[in-house]
Write a protein that binds this ligand. Sequence first.
Ligand code: NAD
Length: 491
Amino acid sequence: MSFFKPNSPSSFTMKILNYINGQLTPPVSGQYLPNFEPSTGKEYGKVPDSDVVDLELAISAAEKALDGWKITSAEDKFKVLNRIAELIDQKNEELAQAESRDQGKNIKQARAEITRAAQNFRFFASATMHFASEAHPMEDGTLNYTLRQPIGIVGCISPWNLPLYLFSWKIAPALAAGNCVIAKPSEVTPVTAFLLSWICIEAGLPSGVLNILHGTGPKTGKALVEHPKVKAISFTGSTRAGAEIAAFAAPRFKKLSLELGGKNPTVVFADCDFDLAVATSVRGAFTNQGEICLCGSRVYVEKSIYERFKDAYVKRAESLAVGIPSDETKNLGAIVSKLHFDKILNCIEFAKTEGGKVILGGNALVLTGENSGGWFIEPTIIEGLPAQCQTNKEEIFGPVVTIQPFETETEALHLANDCGYGLSATVFTTDLSKAHRFAAELQSGIVWINCWLLRDLRTPFGGVKNSGIGREGGWDAMKFFTEPKNVCVKI
Ligand code: NAD
């Protein structure tokens, strides 16, 4: 099945549909939202503006499917989830082209993300076969064993930056653990979630086990969070929306996993492998236009190498080419939306009012022809800001980094931790003791030493402080999506 026209003209309009009870379904209200192409700034598709009526259809489909899916054998669950992985792999190029066009990311980045979406399904397909629970025998022979049962109907809500990659990172473990899922992708990047619906149909996923509802956060997302039959919410997105969801869910005791914003430090010690630190920290700042929650956007460099490092860093960032997402020779593509484009440019202007000096970029880039209305921003580096300013504290989520010197390890640690977020941190040093010591003291859920974005799907993924609660990945995800029940048997 070929479901996407990669080279379709910009006049091609894709009408997206919900996936409810195994069927591609228009919203009952008949209302749609516009979907824009970041590299042209033009509308090129329609997204269902789903509401509670569509949600009720999805809930009743999930309810009907739940009893069957809960008792589906691990091997049968494995087969269908693995089939989804295979189909994603087979359609990698079509999906990557769709993702690149819809999100604005460069096609090479999109291909890597689609590969990872298949890996997510394959990884959790195999988890169904290996997931086990604990037993706690007591001295007198009494046996405690823990059942890990599916929660029931769960909600998965994902953002626009790594659309299918993050969508699959939630859906796959939720299904593997035996739940029925109502999933809502971002309304800003809905296309690959729609294409996943086709793949699920082709793979033979039983009807109602996964339902994909499109729509906005305040309407569709909020309704999903508030539905009494949705027992758990796995959310990835902004800290603002995460706080709203937590405020609603907490008094109702819904299980919550919140993967939120980041403002991640990159700490470069004088004893680092210099070339590796420059190359990796530039990649760690500007990949996907800086629209990755794990991007390092505050770079701290030990004073003795500050000027040399800064020069090399600026030179390397300057060599990054910004251009249309389908051009493989480019590094950065377009910013995802006009709203986000304006926000990033405003943040750059605001940084100047805080005393920041823009030492690279700082401007929108205007391309020609069909792309003259696209949303492109130059890689931007800002120097000279105080640690306490808004630019160093608040997430920008674009191709913008600040760079500043530090003198001692204690000062570097203070600067890195002096922020409301705590998602990831990256450290460059060849001193093994310092690396371990520093990693232990960093207030973040993930620490990379001499590398960035190296991911093993078994490891816990998530943040501390305003970056969220809970962990995804490996057994953490399988545990989140199951309810443990202790059974105590007196022998
Ligand atoms: P967002 O919070 O605006 O939206 C995320 C998703 O939540 C979307 O599907 C949206 O429709 C929905 N939503 C919004 N408000 C909602 C509400 N009140 N109730 C229910 N659903 C709601 O975030 P975004 O702009 O799409 O994504 C960017 C943010 O995501 C950044 O802050 C980034 O750091 C964060 N992010 C975090 C991680 C992580 O793993 N920690 C990964 C990627 C992105």
